[in-house]
Design a protein around this ligand. Sequence first.
Ligand SMILES: [Zn+2]
Length: 357
Amino acid sequence: MQNSHLKPGVVWGETYQQLVSACKKGGYALPAVNVIGTNSINAVLESAARNKSDIIIQLSSGGAQFFGGPSLADSLTARTLGAISAAQHVHKMAEHYGICVVLHTDHANKSLIPWVEAMITHSADHHRQSGTPLFSSHMLDLSEEPLADNLAECRRILAKLAPLGMSLEIELGVTGGEEDGVGSEDLGSADHSRLYTQPEDVWQAYETLKPIGHFSVAASFGNVHGVYAPGNVKLRPEILDKSQKLIQQKTGIEKAVNFVFHGGSGSDKKDIENAISYGVFKMNIDTDTQFAFAHGIGGYVAQNPEAFQAQISPTTHKPLKSLYDPRKWLRVGEKSMGARMDEAFKDLGSTGRSLAA
Ligand SMILES: [Zn+2]
């Protein structure tokens, strides 16, 4: 499977599953980067191509709303259309970068289930017309609900996704910190025991969802969204190992679960390595790439302050157009984000391992 070659572009169904298997067998993971516009999408595609790595591009519902245009009234329709528009851009461009791209949506809590269902309807239309869904996978984060409700709803949605060749990411246990106001929990008030998923819960999820379709699990092993001062919560990736071993005992299948690492920004390299060895194939990255984009532009503004205040330089009396052209400083943001991505590919071991050929 590791040597199989895939067509560059958006993967789904069989090709998506090949990608996940290749990661787990090859002992590496793919960065899953949150995007909010064509600048961040292009920066991610460019850096993945440069690093010869496959990549996961994802949108939160807030990111989708922003992609569609923040002046539109905030509604499920705006969030759906924004996500569809982003997906169409990726479908159009991905193959030209020569790598495989997973298209995914991030945290959707109970109130956002209609958002996910609306996107599934669009994928079903796309599937009828072109034979492919729009997205490779969606996430449902019902970790705030009782486990039985969480799994029943995930089962219902996966039954809609599976016939379209789409996968579902679920969440068990709570990821601390905040992300887009979804799946959020104030670190100070978080019940720490909920930050660690029980292996028994992972088994229940496996038993419920395995017969329905392809899925992955964001299990909590002390993960926190965002970057905080170290020492607040301890990462315990061995929870993933314990879950895999429990399921192996019951089914005989080694590393049966596809794990996802949320809240990866600022993580210790050793914790990342361990998590990957326990079956993590996807690590979300948002906070660090957001900062990189902003930091690059901040440096540019500091170097060219006149260009952001006047069209003609008050000191040299020359036009500043070539400096304030948004392409100039947005490009600096893209490159800075790409440089942070270079690090992510290296940390996750995916550099040079694209299955596309
Ligand atoms: Zn997350």
